[in-house]
Write a protein that binds this ligand. Structure first.
Ligand code: PHE
Length: 332
């Protein structure tokens, strides 16, 4: 933890793995009871990024930056915190590069870029790949299609932020029936415009639907909530959905298919790396993001064949790549 000299706010950069390459992971600006909670979150999120890039077949490692915000923060102090974060990221000398995440935007990446070049997803006019959330949302939809048709089925989208809101819009346009929630009452307007039922986050999570899509903060799937779930499957972009790994077994025992969050949410990082590192066209990047559907299909098949949870199948695949590298495992 570094206390930002300009902002006075805690800045935490966690690098979990550089086995496959430079660690990447967004900058989260969020509220925490204590900076130690922010640090614990950064460590968990960095670990998730290691599995995300490995499972995606992207030659990058895992890291994350967290800035713990006070309950209210002036725009100038927030900007100072971005500059502070940029300096801390620069001090890693290229072993870690950041990008957007909960609480930060592509415009914020430009502010960071004034302190370090190790930043992805700057706005298109600045030479970056722009906001990663449309690609993340497209990847979520590809994952959901791998679970079955969208039209005529019921989905609960928990969180209508940049990713969840885009997923809900696509689902509604595809003829799905929606139950949605957000902690921010201002998002209700979007729900109404989509013809979605607006409920509390707790009700959305436990709604009687085909698929629950967690698209807010992590830790929502606990041992306590599993017996109350009434869905057939869970697949969403929120990072670190499981309170701990044993919850995957509890879900499996209840016959609920849980698709690992780091697979469902890998569209943003796949798109940014395809455009900014490989220099491919937007169409080719979109094709790679759509490949998440194939990845999910493969994982469910392997899980079924081997009699293991999709969580185990995904972890085995990521670990094999971390041990053997990406060369012989190919891109998916
Ligand atoms: N923050 C997003 C994620 O968790 C996306 C992202 C991070 C994109 C870093 C590019 C670089 O995957």
């Amino acid at each position: 933890m570094v206390r930002g000299p300009r902002s006075g706010l805690p800045v935490i950069v966690a690098v979990h793995s550089t086995t496959l390459g430079q660690a990447v992971g967004g900058l989260r600006m969020w509220h925490y009871p204590d900076w130690r909670d922010a640090q614990a979150d950064a460590l968990r999120l960095a670990r998730g990024m290691t599995y995300k890039t490995a499972a995606a077949g992207v030659p990058k490692g895992g890291g994350k930056t967290v800035v713990a915000l006070p309950s209210t923060v002036a725009a100038s102090r927030r900007r100072d915190a971005l500059l502070d974060a940029g300096d801390v990221i620069e001090s890693f000398g290229g072993r870690y590069a950041t990008g957007p995440d909960v609480g930060t935007s592509e415009a914020d990446m430009d502010v960071i870029a004034s302190r370090t070049r190790h930043v992805f997803c700057r706005p298109l006019p600045s030479g970056g790949s722009g906001d990663s959330s449309p690609a993340t949302a497209a990847g979520v939809v590809a994952a959901l299609r791998a679970l079955g048709p969208l039209a005529g089925r019921r989905f609960a989208v928990v969180g209508l932020g940049r990713v969840g809101g885009a997923v809900a819009s696509t689902l509604a346009a595809s003829g799905a029936t929606l139950v949605v929630s957000d902690v921010d009452p201002a998002r209700r307007g979007l729900a109404d415009s989509l013809g979605a039922a607006w409920v509390s986050p707790e009700e959305a999570l436990t709604a009687e639907v085909d698929v629950v899509v967690p698209a807010a903060l992590g830790g929502v799937l606990t041992a306590e909530v599993v017996p109350r779930l009434r869905c057939g499957a869970i697949a969403g972009p929120a990072n670190n959905q499981l309170q701990d790994e044993s919850v995957a077994d509890l879900l499996h025992a209840r016959g609920i298919v849980w698709v690992p969050d780091y697979v469902v949410s890998m569209g943003g990082v796949i798109n940014a790396m395809a455009v900014e590192i490989d220099g491919v066209s937007a169409a080719e990047a979109a094709r790679r993001v759509d490949g998440i559907g194939t990845t999910v299909g493969d994982l469910l098949e392997v899980a079924d064949r081997d009699g293991v949870t999709p969580a185990r199948a995904a972890m085995d695949r990521a670990r094999t790549r971390l041990e053997n590298g990406l060369v012989h495992s190919g891109r998916d």
